[in-house]
Design a protein around this ligand. Structure first.
Ligand code: SF4
Length: 68
């Protein structure tokens, strides 16, 4: 799998800035008033950590697109 894109999807809930994603993968996620994905984030290098953070966001608002 290769992660192509990661983004915040607030269609079902709003990011409440708990900072869990940033704590888990500060190289990829940044949280101020809400989560943003760093411009130069290396999804390949931190793939397992990114997936872990996505799966553990308490309200599941981080989405990703990947190729096999
Ligand atoms: S883990 Fe989810 S709710 Fe918490 S800051 Fe990250 S995106 Fe927002």
């Amino acid at each position: 799998m290769k992660i192509k894109r990661v983004w915040l999807d607030e269609s079902s809930a709003k990011c409440f800035s708990c900072r869990l994603c940033e704590t888990l993968v500060p190289q990829v996620f940044e949280v101020s008033d809400k989560m943003t994905v760093k411009q130069d984030a290396d999804f390949e290098l931190y793939e397992n950590e990114v997936i872990y953070a996505i799966e553990n966001c308490p309200i599941l608002v981080i989405k990703y697109e990947a190729t096999n």
